[in-house]
Design a protein around this ligand. Structure first.
Ligand code: BGC
Length: 419
């Protein structure tokens, strides 16, 4: 099945390679590869596309479906190998570093200097956007992964309030199950398993531990009893899902919360984009709160557009695109629809909902407290090769439910072997 999918992806890719020449020949076009294909994501993308078109450019859409972007990254690799990169590609964290190290990225330094990006983009994002002093990627949003999204009607009916500790979450789930609802909506795809692991590690050990283990890759932290506790949390979360969770897309899991089948989903705030699209309102129809034990920390995942080296004619399109992405009013409109917050610190938050406002307040505090940390699941904690090896361990564990102690040992080995 996986192979069939890959074959389909590769043949779609061959098609897009064949049609590229024509698109490139067009004056004033921008080709962007991305994986924004769910309802909420597509609505947000439309805001971007309309903006670029308004600026007189032709938008060449190259969408590669697949939440979290694994498939899109595979397509990009193949296109780059064939010498045919797009103008820009949606990229997360260390993927920007990889392409920059290979010398494949251009830059939009002139626009960045003119518009003063250095002063407004949070430093943890600049660490990825700027490579060797050059703006090689343009940040469009800041997502957070340590969120729980809950159906408010179920919470009201069962008189539940957001859990303060992991044990409270476990106790609540029993109550939810008894009342005939699924406690946790989850899609068993490796990146979704990894997304809940982000929160489990932070909850089990706090921000310092998260940094030591998943960012500094300290073998002692990776192999510690605290890491075992994170895997124990995963085991308990596994007990909260339904029997059909395998392979389910993340937005279908969000729909289970939306349709009052499941009480909660642990997911980045792109889930909010789905609620918004379905006209559900924050604190009226759904609740947003931090995974218990992670309040005060902000696990970030910022979508950036990596800027590939292209010829001078195309570079003009890239500069317009970059400026459009960083525009203040665009960042406001786009991020309200996407569920994220702006990638710049100077955008007014009045028009955002309560969850969006909380996210910005929390992020500014986390910046001060040094608790704004890169999401492991979404490529902001460790290089992509290490991440792939670690995700493998996490997802195997989640599906087998075997010993947390063994999984911890496997994690240490996987990271060591990936170096
Ligand atoms: C991206 C989001 C996207 C989500 C689900 C994440 O990796 O950063 O923009 O909505 O995947 O596809």
């Amino acid at each position: 099945m996986k192979q069939q999918k890959l074959a389909a992806v590769v043949s779609a890719m061959a098609f897009s390679v064949a049609t590229m020449g024509a698109a490139r020949a067009q004056d004033k076009s921008v080709e962007v590869v991305h994986w924004w294909t769910s309802g909420g994501e597509a609505a947000a993308l439309k805001v971007l596309k309309d903006d670029v078109v308004k600026r007189g450019f032709h938008w060449k859409d190259s969408a590669v479906a697949g939440g979290g972007g694994d498939q899109a990254r595979t397509v990009l690799r193949a296109r780059v190998a064939a010498g045919n990169p797009p103008d820009a590609m949606q990229m997360l964290g260390f993927t920007v570093n990889d392409y920059a190290e290979e010398g494949l990225l251009g830059n939009v330094d002139a626009v960045a200097a003119k518009e003063g990006w250095d002063k407004v983009v949070p430093a943890p994002l600049q660490k990825f956007s700027k490579q060797q002093g050059h703006w090689t990627a343009v940040p469009v949003n800041i997502h957070r992964t340590n969120w729980i999204w809950a159906n408010k009607a179920i919470f009201d009916e069962l008189k539940l309030t957001p859990p303060k500790t992991f044990d409270e979450l476990v106790a609540m789930s029993g109550k939810i199950r008894k009342a005939g609802y699924i406690p946790l909506a989850h899609g068993g795809q490796s990146w979704q398993d990894a997304t809940i692991f982000d929160s489990a590690v932070l909850s089990a050990g706090g921000p310092k531990f998260y940094k030591q283990a998943l960012i500094d890759l300290d073998p002692k932290a990776l192999g510690s009893k605290t890491m075992e506790k994170a895997f124990e949390q995963m085991l308990k979360l596994r007990g909260m899902v339904d029997t059909n969770f395998s392979g389910r897309d993340w937005n279908l899991a969000t729909a289970m919360v939306y349709h009052k089948k499941a009480a909660m989903q642990i997911m980045g705030d792109w889930a909010k984009g789905e609620f918004e699209k379905g006209k559900m309102k924050a604190n009226v129809d759904y609740l947003c709160f931090q995974y218990p034990g992670t309040e005060g920390s902000f696990l970030f995942n910022a979508d950036q557009f990596g800027i590939f080296k292209v010829d001078a004619k195309q570079a003009a399109g890239q500069a317009v695109f970059a400026s459009a992405v960083m525009d203040k009013s665009f960042q406001e409109k786009f991020n309200i629809v996407k569920g994220s917050i702006p990638a710049r610190l100077d955008v007014a938050m009045d028009n955002f909902d309560d969850c969006g406002k909380k996210s910005m307040v929390d992020m500014k505090q986390a910046l001060k407290d040094n608790t704004m940390l890169g999401s492991f699941a979404h490529g902001h904690a460790m290089p992509d090769a290490a991440k792939a090896a670690a995700v493998d361990v996490v997802t195997k564990f989640f599906n087998s439910g075997k010993s947390p102690a063994d999984a911890t040992k496997q994690l240490v080995a996987a990271i060591a072997n990936s170096k």
